[in-house]
Design a protein around this ligand. Structure first.
Ligand code: NAD
Length: 429
Protein backbone atom coordinates (compact mmCIF):
# COMPACT_ATOMS: atom_id res chain seq x y z
CA UNK A 1 0.00 0.00 0.00
CA UNK A 2 1.48 3.39 -0.93
CA UNK A 3 1.97 6.13 1.59
CA UNK A 4 -0.37 8.28 -0.51
CA UNK A 5 -3.14 5.78 0.08
CA UNK A 6 -2.70 5.88 3.83
CA UNK A 7 -1.87 9.53 4.36
CA UNK A 8 -4.27 11.91 2.66
CA UNK A 9 -2.76 14.88 0.88
CA UNK A 10 0.84 13.66 1.02
CA UNK A 11 3.08 16.35 -0.35
CA UNK A 12 6.11 14.92 -2.21
CA UNK A 13 8.20 17.51 -0.39
CA UNK A 14 7.46 15.53 2.78
CA UNK A 15 9.37 12.55 1.44
CA UNK A 16 12.38 13.58 3.48
CA UNK A 17 10.23 13.78 6.61
CA UNK A 18 8.96 10.26 5.93
CA UNK A 19 12.39 8.72 5.43
CA UNK A 20 12.70 6.55 8.55
CA UNK A 21 16.46 6.27 8.25
CA UNK A 22 16.92 10.02 8.20
CA UNK A 23 14.56 10.20 11.18
CA UNK A 24 16.56 7.58 13.08
CA UNK A 25 19.77 9.41 12.24
CA UNK A 26 18.33 12.74 13.38
CA UNK A 27 17.43 11.18 16.72
CA UNK A 28 20.85 9.56 17.05
CA UNK A 29 22.60 12.85 16.28
CA UNK A 30 20.47 14.78 18.75
CA UNK A 31 21.07 12.29 21.56
CA UNK A 32 24.79 11.99 20.81
CA UNK A 33 25.19 15.77 20.84
CA UNK A 34 23.21 16.15 24.06
CA UNK A 35 25.43 13.47 25.63
CA UNK A 36 28.52 15.33 24.44
CA UNK A 37 29.96 12.29 22.62
CA UNK A 38 32.93 13.25 20.50
CA UNK A 39 32.97 12.70 16.71
CA UNK A 40 35.17 9.63 16.85
CA UNK A 41 32.98 7.93 19.37
CA UNK A 42 29.86 8.83 17.41
CA UNK A 43 31.44 7.13 14.39
CA UNK A 44 32.07 3.99 16.42
CA UNK A 45 28.49 3.94 17.70
CA UNK A 46 27.00 4.52 14.26
CA UNK A 47 29.04 2.04 12.25
CA UNK A 48 27.77 -1.54 11.94
CA UNK A 49 30.15 -4.12 13.40
CA UNK A 50 29.58 -6.53 10.51
CA UNK A 51 27.62 -6.69 7.27
CA UNK A 52 27.27 -9.90 5.31
CA UNK A 53 25.75 -10.35 1.85
CA UNK A 54 25.02 -13.86 0.58
CA UNK A 55 23.81 -14.99 -2.82
CA UNK A 56 21.89 -18.21 -2.40
CA UNK A 57 21.04 -20.55 -5.26
CA UNK A 58 17.69 -22.26 -4.84
CA UNK A 59 15.91 -24.75 -7.07
CA UNK A 60 12.29 -23.67 -7.68
CA UNK A 61 9.30 -26.00 -7.98
CA UNK A 62 9.45 -25.93 -11.78
CA UNK A 63 13.08 -27.04 -11.78
CA UNK A 64 14.52 -23.58 -12.59
CA UNK A 65 17.48 -22.33 -10.58
CA UNK A 66 17.17 -18.89 -9.03
CA UNK A 67 19.71 -16.94 -7.01
CA UNK A 68 18.39 -14.88 -4.08
CA UNK A 69 20.34 -12.20 -2.23
CA UNK A 70 20.27 -12.09 1.55
CA UNK A 71 21.81 -9.83 4.16
CA UNK A 72 22.66 -10.01 7.82
CA UNK A 73 23.92 -6.93 9.61
CA UNK A 74 25.24 -6.92 13.15
CA UNK A 75 25.12 -3.29 14.12
CA UNK A 76 26.48 -3.79 17.63
CA UNK A 77 27.70 -6.67 19.75
CA UNK A 78 29.09 -4.41 22.48
CA UNK A 79 26.53 -5.48 25.11
CA UNK A 80 25.93 -9.04 23.95
CA UNK A 81 24.94 -11.05 20.86
CA UNK A 82 23.28 -9.15 18.03
CA UNK A 83 19.48 -9.48 18.18
CA UNK A 84 16.94 -8.75 15.49
CA UNK A 85 14.53 -10.14 12.94
CA UNK A 86 14.84 -11.49 9.43
CA UNK A 87 12.46 -10.15 6.79
CA UNK A 88 11.53 -11.58 3.42
CA UNK A 89 10.40 -8.90 0.97
CA UNK A 90 11.02 -7.95 -2.65
CA UNK A 91 12.27 -4.46 -1.73
CA UNK A 92 14.73 -5.34 1.06
CA UNK A 93 17.93 -3.27 0.77
CA UNK A 94 21.19 -3.37 2.67
CA UNK A 95 20.58 0.25 3.73
CA UNK A 96 17.25 -0.68 5.23
CA UNK A 97 18.65 -3.72 7.05
CA UNK A 98 21.54 -1.63 8.34
CA UNK A 99 19.20 1.04 9.73
CA UNK A 100 16.88 -1.53 11.31
CA UNK A 101 19.87 -3.25 12.93
CA UNK A 102 20.92 -0.02 14.62
CA UNK A 103 17.36 0.53 15.77
CA UNK A 104 17.56 -2.87 17.53
CA UNK A 105 20.76 -1.83 19.31
CA UNK A 106 19.01 1.15 20.88
CA UNK A 107 15.85 -0.83 21.66
CA UNK A 108 17.75 -3.59 23.50
CA UNK A 109 19.84 -1.01 25.34
CA UNK A 110 16.87 1.06 26.48
CA UNK A 111 15.31 -1.97 28.20
CA UNK A 112 18.77 -2.97 29.42
CA UNK A 113 18.80 -6.53 28.10
CA UNK A 114 22.23 -7.99 27.27
CA UNK A 115 21.94 -7.89 23.50
CA UNK A 116 23.30 -5.76 20.73
CA UNK A 117 21.36 -5.08 17.53
CA UNK A 118 21.09 -6.97 14.27
CA UNK A 119 18.78 -7.45 11.34
CA UNK A 120 18.56 -9.64 8.27
CA UNK A 121 16.64 -9.85 5.06
CA UNK A 122 16.25 -11.83 1.88
CA UNK A 123 15.13 -10.18 -1.34
CA UNK A 124 12.21 -12.34 -2.43
CA UNK A 125 8.47 -12.07 -2.90
CA UNK A 126 6.90 -14.60 -0.51
CA UNK A 127 3.53 -14.25 -2.28
CA UNK A 128 5.08 -15.83 -5.39
CA UNK A 129 6.86 -18.67 -3.57
CA UNK A 130 5.58 -22.04 -2.40
CA UNK A 131 6.12 -23.26 1.16
CA UNK A 132 8.83 -25.63 -0.12
CA UNK A 133 10.63 -22.82 -1.91
CA UNK A 134 10.49 -20.64 1.20
CA UNK A 135 11.89 -23.52 3.23
CA UNK A 136 14.76 -24.01 0.76
CA UNK A 137 15.56 -20.27 0.77
CA UNK A 138 15.51 -20.19 4.58
CA UNK A 139 17.73 -23.25 4.97
CA UNK A 140 20.26 -22.13 2.38
CA UNK A 141 20.37 -18.62 3.86
CA UNK A 142 20.96 -20.17 7.31
CA UNK A 143 23.70 -22.48 6.00
CA UNK A 144 25.43 -19.49 4.39
CA UNK A 145 25.35 -17.69 7.75
CA UNK A 146 26.61 -20.59 9.89
CA UNK A 147 29.66 -18.60 11.00
CA UNK A 148 27.67 -15.40 11.56
CA UNK A 149 24.68 -16.40 13.67
CA UNK A 150 24.67 -18.42 16.89
CA UNK A 151 23.41 -18.19 20.49
CA UNK A 152 26.52 -16.31 21.56
CA UNK A 153 26.89 -14.25 18.41
CA UNK A 154 23.70 -13.24 16.71
CA UNK A 155 20.16 -14.41 17.43
CA UNK A 156 17.59 -13.81 14.66
CA UNK A 157 13.81 -13.64 15.11
CA UNK A 158 10.73 -13.28 12.88
CA UNK A 159 10.04 -10.01 11.09
CA UNK A 160 8.03 -9.04 8.02
CA UNK A 161 6.83 -12.20 6.16
CA UNK A 162 8.69 -14.62 8.40
CA UNK A 163 7.12 -16.54 11.27
CA UNK A 164 7.63 -19.32 13.79
CA UNK A 165 7.82 -21.92 11.00
CA UNK A 166 10.71 -19.94 9.45
CA UNK A 167 12.42 -19.92 12.85
CA UNK A 168 11.92 -23.68 13.22
CA UNK A 169 13.65 -24.21 9.82
CA UNK A 170 16.55 -21.95 10.85
CA UNK A 171 16.91 -23.74 14.17
CA UNK A 172 16.86 -27.14 12.48
CA UNK A 173 19.37 -26.20 9.76
CA UNK A 174 21.76 -24.64 12.27
CA UNK A 175 21.41 -27.66 14.56
CA UNK A 176 22.06 -30.14 11.71
CA UNK A 177 25.35 -28.41 10.93
CA UNK A 178 26.30 -28.23 14.63
CA UNK A 179 25.35 -31.91 15.17
CA UNK A 180 23.26 -31.00 18.22
CA UNK A 181 19.98 -29.24 18.86
CA UNK A 182 20.66 -25.54 19.42
CA UNK A 183 17.30 -23.96 20.22
CA UNK A 184 18.81 -20.64 21.40
CA UNK A 185 20.03 -19.73 17.90
CA UNK A 186 16.72 -18.01 17.11
CA UNK A 187 13.71 -16.73 19.05
CA UNK A 188 10.06 -16.62 18.08
CA UNK A 189 10.03 -20.41 17.71
CA UNK A 190 6.97 -22.59 18.20
CA UNK A 191 6.23 -23.26 21.87
CA UNK A 192 7.08 -26.96 21.70
CA UNK A 193 10.43 -26.27 20.03
CA UNK A 194 11.88 -23.99 22.68
CA UNK A 195 9.55 -21.01 22.22
CA UNK A 196 8.47 -18.95 25.23
CA UNK A 197 5.07 -18.65 26.76
CA UNK A 198 3.75 -15.09 26.55
CA UNK A 199 5.64 -14.21 23.34
CA UNK A 200 2.58 -13.65 21.18
CA UNK A 201 1.12 -11.03 23.50
CA UNK A 202 4.45 -9.63 24.70
CA UNK A 203 4.58 -6.43 22.64
CA UNK A 204 0.97 -5.50 23.42
CA UNK A 205 1.50 -6.40 27.08
CA UNK A 206 4.60 -4.19 27.19
CA UNK A 207 2.44 -1.34 25.82
CA UNK A 208 -0.02 -1.96 28.64
CA UNK A 209 2.68 -1.84 31.33
CA UNK A 210 4.19 1.45 30.15
CA UNK A 211 0.75 2.98 29.63
CA UNK A 212 -0.21 2.10 33.22
CA UNK A 213 2.93 3.90 34.39
CA UNK A 214 2.12 6.97 32.30
CA UNK A 215 -1.44 7.03 33.67
CA UNK A 216 -0.03 7.14 37.19
CA UNK A 217 1.95 10.24 36.26
CA UNK A 218 -1.28 11.88 35.13
CA UNK A 219 -3.15 10.70 38.23
CA UNK A 220 -5.57 8.77 36.01
CA UNK A 221 -7.25 5.53 37.04
CA UNK A 222 -7.47 2.86 34.29
CA UNK A 223 -11.27 2.85 34.67
CA UNK A 224 -11.49 6.54 33.71
CA UNK A 225 -9.13 6.20 30.75
CA UNK A 226 -10.22 6.49 27.12
CA UNK A 227 -8.06 4.79 24.51
CA UNK A 228 -7.87 5.06 20.71
CA UNK A 229 -5.96 2.25 18.98
CA UNK A 230 -4.74 2.48 15.39
CA UNK A 231 -3.86 -0.87 13.83
CA UNK A 232 -5.73 -3.91 15.11
CA UNK A 233 -3.04 -6.52 14.40
CA UNK A 234 -0.60 -8.34 16.63
CA UNK A 235 0.48 -5.29 18.62
CA UNK A 236 -2.65 -3.11 18.53
CA UNK A 237 -5.13 -5.99 18.85
CA UNK A 238 -3.37 -7.49 21.87
CA UNK A 239 -2.75 -4.09 23.49
CA UNK A 240 -6.44 -3.24 23.07
CA UNK A 241 -7.52 -6.56 24.57
CA UNK A 242 -5.19 -6.23 27.57
CA UNK A 243 -6.03 -2.56 28.16
CA UNK A 244 -9.74 -3.45 28.06
CA UNK A 245 -9.09 -6.26 30.57
CA UNK A 246 -7.28 -3.72 32.79
CA UNK A 247 -10.49 -1.67 32.87
CA UNK A 248 -9.65 0.98 30.26
CA UNK A 249 -12.23 2.08 27.71
CA UNK A 250 -11.29 1.43 24.09
CA UNK A 251 -13.40 4.18 22.50
CA UNK A 252 -12.14 3.78 18.92
CA UNK A 253 -10.26 1.29 16.77
CA UNK A 254 -8.77 2.44 13.47
CA UNK A 255 -7.85 0.13 10.61
CA UNK A 256 -6.69 0.68 7.02
CA UNK A 257 -10.26 0.26 5.70
CA UNK A 258 -12.24 2.18 8.33
CA UNK A 259 -12.70 2.94 12.01
CA UNK A 260 -15.27 2.14 14.70
CA UNK A 261 -16.27 4.32 17.64
CA UNK A 262 -18.22 3.86 20.83
CA UNK A 263 -17.72 6.40 23.64
CA UNK A 264 -18.89 3.76 26.14
CA UNK A 265 -16.11 1.38 25.09
CA UNK A 266 -15.58 -1.46 22.64
CA UNK A 267 -14.85 -5.08 23.60
CA UNK A 268 -11.75 -5.87 21.47
CA UNK A 269 -12.31 -9.64 21.55
CA UNK A 270 -15.87 -9.26 20.23
CA UNK A 271 -14.59 -6.84 17.58
CA UNK A 272 -11.88 -9.34 16.58
CA UNK A 273 -14.55 -12.02 16.20
CA UNK A 274 -16.60 -9.67 14.01
CA UNK A 275 -13.51 -8.97 11.88
CA UNK A 276 -12.80 -12.68 11.48
CA UNK A 277 -16.38 -13.27 10.36
CA UNK A 278 -16.73 -10.31 8.00
CA UNK A 279 -13.16 -9.46 7.01
CA UNK A 280 -13.38 -5.91 8.42
CA UNK A 281 -13.79 -4.09 11.73
CA UNK A 282 -16.44 -1.86 10.11
CA UNK A 283 -20.13 -2.68 10.39
CA UNK A 284 -19.68 -3.84 13.98
CA UNK A 285 -23.07 -3.70 15.71
CA UNK A 286 -21.76 -2.43 19.07
CA UNK A 287 -20.07 0.67 17.64
CA UNK A 288 -20.52 3.33 14.96
CA UNK A 289 -18.43 3.41 11.80
CA UNK A 290 -16.42 6.58 11.48
CA UNK A 291 -13.91 8.22 9.15
CA UNK A 292 -10.57 6.53 9.77
CA UNK A 293 -8.67 9.76 9.15
CA UNK A 294 -10.65 11.55 11.87
CA UNK A 295 -10.69 8.77 14.48
CA UNK A 296 -7.05 9.32 15.36
CA UNK A 297 -7.86 12.87 16.40
CA UNK A 298 -10.66 12.05 18.81
CA UNK A 299 -10.25 13.49 22.31
CA UNK A 300 -8.84 10.64 24.42
CA UNK A 301 -6.34 9.95 27.18
CA UNK A 302 -4.12 7.52 25.26
CA UNK A 303 -3.55 7.14 21.54
CA UNK A 304 -1.85 3.87 20.59
CA UNK A 305 -0.50 4.06 17.02
CA UNK A 306 0.20 0.37 16.37
CA UNK A 307 -0.10 0.07 12.59
CA UNK A 308 2.87 1.47 10.72
CA UNK A 309 5.42 4.25 10.43
CA UNK A 310 4.87 7.98 9.76
CA UNK A 311 1.19 8.18 10.68
CA UNK A 312 1.78 11.21 12.93
CA UNK A 313 3.50 13.89 10.89
CA UNK A 314 3.96 17.65 10.61
CA UNK A 315 0.59 18.13 8.87
CA UNK A 316 -1.59 16.30 11.39
CA UNK A 317 0.24 16.28 14.76
CA UNK A 318 -1.46 19.51 15.87
CA UNK A 319 -4.86 17.79 15.58
CA UNK A 320 -4.05 15.10 18.11
CA UNK A 321 -6.07 15.45 21.29
CA UNK A 322 -4.54 12.64 23.35
CA UNK A 323 -2.71 13.28 26.62
CA UNK A 324 -0.44 10.28 26.11
CA UNK A 325 0.83 8.53 22.97
CA UNK A 326 2.04 4.96 23.40
CA UNK A 327 3.97 4.08 20.23
CA UNK A 328 3.20 0.42 19.59
CA UNK A 329 4.45 0.66 15.99
CA UNK A 330 8.01 1.38 14.96
CA UNK A 331 8.49 4.98 13.84
CA UNK A 332 4.85 6.13 13.88
CA UNK A 333 5.90 9.74 14.58
CA UNK A 334 8.16 11.83 12.35
CA UNK A 335 10.91 13.99 13.86
CA UNK A 336 9.00 17.12 12.72
CA UNK A 337 5.89 15.90 14.52
CA UNK A 338 7.91 15.34 17.71
CA UNK A 339 8.37 19.08 18.04
CA UNK A 340 4.65 19.75 17.67
CA UNK A 341 3.72 17.06 20.20
CA UNK A 342 6.30 18.50 22.57
CA UNK A 343 4.82 22.00 22.25
CA UNK A 344 1.38 20.52 22.94
CA UNK A 345 2.87 18.85 26.01
CA UNK A 346 1.71 15.42 24.89
CA UNK A 347 3.47 12.69 26.84
CA UNK A 348 5.00 10.36 24.24
CA UNK A 349 6.15 6.87 25.21
CA UNK A 350 8.61 6.40 22.34
CA UNK A 351 8.65 3.27 20.17
CA UNK A 352 12.06 1.98 21.28
CA UNK A 353 10.64 1.79 24.80
CA UNK A 354 6.89 1.23 24.26
CA UNK A 355 7.15 -1.74 21.89
CA UNK A 356 10.24 -3.35 23.45
CA UNK A 357 8.10 -5.98 25.20
CA UNK A 358 8.53 -8.25 22.18
CA UNK A 359 12.31 -8.27 22.21
CA UNK A 360 12.29 -8.57 25.99
CA UNK A 361 10.34 -11.82 25.85
CA UNK A 362 12.63 -12.93 23.01
CA UNK A 363 15.44 -12.43 25.50
CA UNK A 364 13.51 -14.58 27.99
CA UNK A 365 13.13 -17.25 25.28
CA UNK A 366 16.89 -17.25 24.72
CA UNK A 367 17.52 -17.46 28.49
CA UNK A 368 15.04 -20.37 28.87
CA UNK A 369 16.56 -22.22 25.90
CA UNK A 370 20.02 -21.87 27.37
CA UNK A 371 18.82 -23.06 30.78
CA UNK A 372 16.69 -25.80 29.30
CA UNK A 373 14.10 -24.83 31.89
CA UNK A 374 10.86 -23.17 30.91
CA UNK A 375 8.84 -20.61 32.84
CA UNK A 376 5.09 -20.47 33.18
CA UNK A 377 3.28 -17.53 31.65
CA UNK A 378 2.89 -15.77 34.98
CA UNK A 379 6.66 -15.77 35.43
CA UNK A 380 7.21 -14.41 31.90
CA UNK A 381 4.64 -11.66 32.39
CA UNK A 382 5.87 -10.59 35.81
CA UNK A 383 9.48 -10.41 34.60
CA UNK A 384 8.34 -8.48 31.55
CA UNK A 385 6.48 -6.07 33.82
CA UNK A 386 9.56 -5.53 35.94
CA UNK A 387 11.71 -4.70 32.90
CA UNK A 388 9.12 -2.45 31.25
CA UNK A 389 8.39 -0.53 34.47
CA UNK A 390 12.09 -0.07 35.29
CA UNK A 391 12.86 1.05 31.74
CA UNK A 392 9.96 3.50 31.74
CA UNK A 393 11.17 4.96 35.02
CA UNK A 394 14.78 5.18 33.80
CA UNK A 395 13.72 7.06 30.66
CA UNK A 396 11.27 9.42 32.34
CA UNK A 397 13.67 10.23 35.19
CA UNK A 398 16.46 10.87 32.69
CA UNK A 399 14.20 13.18 30.68
CA UNK A 400 13.17 15.12 33.77
CA UNK A 401 16.75 15.41 34.97
CA UNK A 402 18.08 16.63 31.63
CA UNK A 403 14.94 18.56 30.61
CA UNK A 404 14.47 16.67 27.35
CA UNK A 405 11.36 14.93 26.05
CA UNK A 406 10.93 11.18 26.42
CA UNK A 407 12.18 10.22 22.96
CA UNK A 408 15.46 12.09 23.39
CA UNK A 409 15.75 10.63 26.87
CA UNK A 410 15.23 7.08 25.57
CA UNK A 411 17.91 7.52 22.91
CA UNK A 412 20.25 9.14 25.42
CA UNK A 413 19.81 6.30 27.92
CA UNK A 414 20.40 3.76 25.13
CA UNK A 415 23.43 5.48 23.58
CA UNK A 416 24.93 6.06 26.99
CA UNK A 417 24.63 2.36 27.87
CA UNK A 418 26.20 1.21 24.61
CA UNK A 419 28.92 3.89 24.78
CA UNK A 420 29.70 2.90 28.37
CA UNK A 421 30.03 -0.77 27.38
CA UNK A 422 32.42 0.15 24.55
CA UNK A 423 34.45 2.38 26.84
CA UNK A 424 34.74 -0.36 29.47
CA UNK A 425 35.77 -2.91 26.88
CA UNK A 426 38.18 -0.47 25.25
CA UNK A 427 39.08 -0.19 21.59
CA UNK A 428 41.03 -3.34 20.76
CA UNK A 429 44.03 -2.60 18.60
P1 NAD B 1 0.25 -6.65 12.01
O1 NAD B 1 0.37 -6.80 10.54
O2 NAD B 1 -0.14 -7.82 12.85
O3 NAD B 1 -0.81 -5.48 12.34
C1 NAD B 1 -0.84 -4.24 11.73
C2 NAD B 1 -2.29 -3.82 11.61
O4 NAD B 1 -2.34 -2.47 11.17
C3 NAD B 1 -3.07 -4.67 10.61
O5 NAD B 1 -4.31 -5.07 11.16
C4 NAD B 1 -3.25 -3.72 9.42
O6 NAD B 1 -4.44 -3.97 8.68
C5 NAD B 1 -3.29 -2.37 10.12
N1 NAD B 1 -2.97 -1.23 9.26
C6 NAD B 1 -2.09 -1.17 8.23
N2 NAD B 1 -2.07 0.06 7.71
C7 NAD B 1 -2.92 0.80 8.43
C8 NAD B 1 -3.33 2.15 8.38
N3 NAD B 1 -2.83 2.99 7.48
N4 NAD B 1 -4.21 2.60 9.29
C9 NAD B 1 -4.74 1.76 10.21
N5 NAD B 1 -4.40 0.45 10.30
C10 NAD B 1 -3.50 -0.02 9.43
O7 NAD B 1 1.63 -6.03 12.49
P2 NAD B 1 2.18 -5.93 13.98
O8 NAD B 1 3.07 -7.08 14.24
O9 NAD B 1 1.05 -5.64 14.91
O10 NAD B 1 3.12 -4.65 13.86
C11 NAD B 1 2.60 -3.33 13.86
C12 NAD B 1 3.73 -2.34 14.11
O11 NAD B 1 4.37 -2.66 15.34
C13 NAD B 1 4.83 -2.35 13.05
O12 NAD B 1 5.35 -1.03 12.97
C14 NAD B 1 5.87 -3.27 13.67
O13 NAD B 1 7.17 -3.02 13.16
C15 NAD B 1 5.76 -2.85 15.12
N6 NAD B 1 6.27 -3.84 16.08
C16 NAD B 1 5.75 -5.10 16.13
C17 NAD B 1 6.23 -6.00 17.08
C18 NAD B 1 5.65 -7.37 17.24
O14 NAD B 1 6.00 -8.06 18.19
N7 NAD B 1 4.74 -7.80 16.36
C19 NAD B 1 7.26 -5.61 17.96
C20 NAD B 1 7.76 -4.31 17.90
C21 NAD B 1 7.25 -3.43 16.95
Amino acid sequence: MSLEATLPGLDPAMEKEFNPWLAAEARFNEAATLLGLDDGFQKVLKSPAMEVTVHIPVELEDGRLEVFTGYRVQHSIARGPAKGGIRFAPDVTLDEVRALASWMTWKCAVVNIPFGGGKGGVICDPTLLSKNELERITRRYTAALMDVIGPERDVPAPDMNTNEQTMAWIMDTYSMHKRSTVTAVVTGKPLNLGGSRGRVEATGRGCLFVTLQALKKFGLEPSETKIVVQGFGNVGGKAAKLMHQAGMKIIAVVEWDGAVYNPKGIDPEALQKHRQETGSITGYAEAEDMDRFEAMFLPCDVLVPAAKENVIHSKNAAKIQAKIICEGANGPTTAEADQILDEKRIFVIPDILANAGGVTVSYFEWVQDRMGYFWNEEMVNSRLEEIMVNSFQDVVAYGERHKVHNRSAAYMVALDRVAFAIKLRGIYA
